[in-house]
Design a protein around this ligand. Structure first.
Ligand code: NAD
Length: 338
């Protein structure tokens, strides 16, 4: 089986090389078609950040494994990440946040296990980029929430929760203030919930949700939100399990799926070979499971967990009394444990 791979910008090539090296060592039966996407493609004059050849390859292969990408600053240029999600209607962004042994957090030290999956609507909301100056002093932004758009992501979240054996699914929202837009999302949530009587479905206003997530993260299971609120809440959840270095994501569509880390290009550490490849590796493991390579996924996951539990860590986490290793050394430690 062949998939498309875009290494990305900043730390992207370093962490992608580390992850593909681990895949090769584990004998993952995948072939890769490397495609041109990212900032340097914008710089070549492609205004959507990808070449036509890249777009065609991704549409033919159906799976894109991607590193983080930078959007050039300035007007008239759209984020390649947002463009990719919209072009291929990857309407559900699934982000899994789990306690990892060896990654110390306030919760792991207190013996509170975390296993929260955030499903973020990925296409609508304020991400249309429709904003303008109404007068010299007034800026206006438009927000779109549609019934079909809400239904497809909420239905995905319920199906995923059912398969996962979740006990609870929660809708995060601000329908007390945005009564029409978030009100519609919440209405659709409870309509779909009627078809899943075995799942406890409830809702929490997003600010209260943030407070409850940082005080009792173990009381949540699956949380579904609109685009912008989902983006913010999922970074909060990344902080609960040790930071952005441990936050994987899958952009799910009916025809094309994109697997990538939640974090960005980390320009402050790019080119130094010190980035943590774990989030991209966890995204890759989720991709292997999605493709049905359960055994390879389990081998790599066990090697990663064993490496973390052994105290081997990049500089962004772990026991400071144990010296950190660089990206290549971290990947090699995982390979040695496969
Ligand atoms: P960022 O996630 O790149 O970095 C935030 C902080 O986390 C930095 O201090 C960085 O060093 C650290 N960090 C991130 N990933 C790390 C890793 N794997 N290992 C160790 N430390 C890590 O966020 P930012 O600085 O706001 O964004 C930088 C660029 O990335 C921007 O151009 C933004 O648009 C882009 N971005 C892309 C994506 C994507 O491709 N999906 C997502 C978010 C941001």
């Amino acid at each position: 089986m062949k998939i498309a791979v875009a290494k990305g910008d900043g730390i992207g090539p370093e962490i992608m090389d580390a992850v593909l090296g681990i895949f090769n060592a584990a004998g993952v039966p995948l072939e890769y078609e490397f495609v041109d996407m990212g900032k340097w493609v914008f710089d070549k004059g492609y205004s959507n950040g990808m070449t036509p050849e890249a777009q065609q390859a991704i549409e033919t292969l159906g799976i894109l494994f991607k590193g983080p990408m930078e959007t050039p600053k300035g007007k008239g240029v759209k984020s390649v990440n947002v463009t990719a999600r919209k072009t291929w209607n990857t309407y559900a962004n699934k982000r899994v946040f789990q306690t990892l042994h060896g990654v110390d957090t306030v919760f792991s030290k207190a013996g509170i296990p975390i296993d929260v999956t955030v499903v973020r609507e990925n296409i609508e909301d304020t991400y249309g980029g429709i904003e303008h100056m109404l007068t010299h002093d007034v800026a206006l932004s438009r927000r779109f929430i549609t019934r079909p758009g809400s239904e497809q992501v909420i239905r995905y979240a319920f199906e995923m929760a059912k398969k996962k054996g979740a006990r609870r699914i929660t809708c995060g929202h601000k329908a007390n203030i945005m009564k029409i837009t978030d009100g519609l999302f919440l209405e659709v949530f409870y309509k779909v919930a009627e078809e899943y009587p075995d799942l406890k479905a409830d809702d929490v206003i997003v600010d209260d949700l943030c407070m409850k997530l940082v005080t009792r993260p173990d009381s949540f299971d699956v949380v579904v939100l609109t685009n912008l609120q989902g983006d913010i809440v999922s970074d909060l959840c990344a902080g609960l399990v040790g930071g952005l270095g441990f936050a994987p994501s899958a952009n799910i569509g009916d025809h094309i799926c994109i697997f990538e880390a939640v974090h960005g290009t980390a320009p402050d550490i790019a080119g130094k070979n010190i980035a943590n490849p774990t989030a991209l590796l966890l995204s890759g493991i989720a991709m292997l499971r999605h493709l049905g390579f359960m055994e390879s996924a389990a081998h790599i996951e066990n090697a990663l967990l064993f490496t973390l539990e052994s105290g081997i860590h990049t500089g962004d986490f772990g026991d400071k009394s144990i010296p950190s290793v660089n990206t290549t050394e971290f990947a090699n430690a995982i390979i040695a444990n496969i």
